[in-house]
Write a protein that binds this ligand. Sequence first.
Ligand code: OGA
Ligand code: MN
Length: 214
Amino acid sequence: MSDFDIENIYAQIADDLRSTGLSIIENAVDPKIIQALNERIASLEEDTFQTAGIGRQSDHEKNAQIRRDKIRWLEKGNAQEAGYLDAMDELKSYLNRRLFMGLFSYESHFAHYQQGAFYKKHLDAFKGKANRVLTTVFYLNEDWCTEDGGELVIYQAEDHDKELCRVLPKQGTLVTFLSDEFPHEVLAANKSRYSIAGWFRVNASTAAHIDPPR
Ligand code: OGA
Ligand code: MN
């Protein structure tokens, strides 16, 4: 067992979500898990990352105006990725116990923002259609400062034009928020930037309609 106090962190996330719908926590993941993720990224060739899409949109030019990151989905079959996915599974169980959120599944991808890459303001889910209910963003960048750009800008749930806060993509920081409430954007990064974006879904399947996992 690691001596990392994860229960305390999950409790803080639950409290934050209940009071504001948004949680920002530094050093939120066991350093051993972070090390495994960094080793995993170092072992992956750049060409295993793919151009990210927007929804079912397949217009590549339009897409590139909105986001320029490259992504690679995490899989439980890889031990280094499984450490992080297991931690998110535990978070899911914790939030379901404490807040009765009914979270059902989790999907996540590494995102690589090369120098100059950005992701314009967007919502991760739309009201009513929201089976993506909770977003997580986790950062893997050592020594990041304001001059490096690439901040996550989060806008107010009540007024989508008003900035709420900015988050530096510093290694160990975990941001969790209600997917259909908070518009957000990634400012252009001035150097290579790695994150893991993930989403918890509720189960939207019915007998007549099987909700696909992705
Ligand atoms: C996303 C996203 C934010 C980040 O992938 O939907 O908003 O900081 N990512 O990487
Ligand atoms: Mn997003």
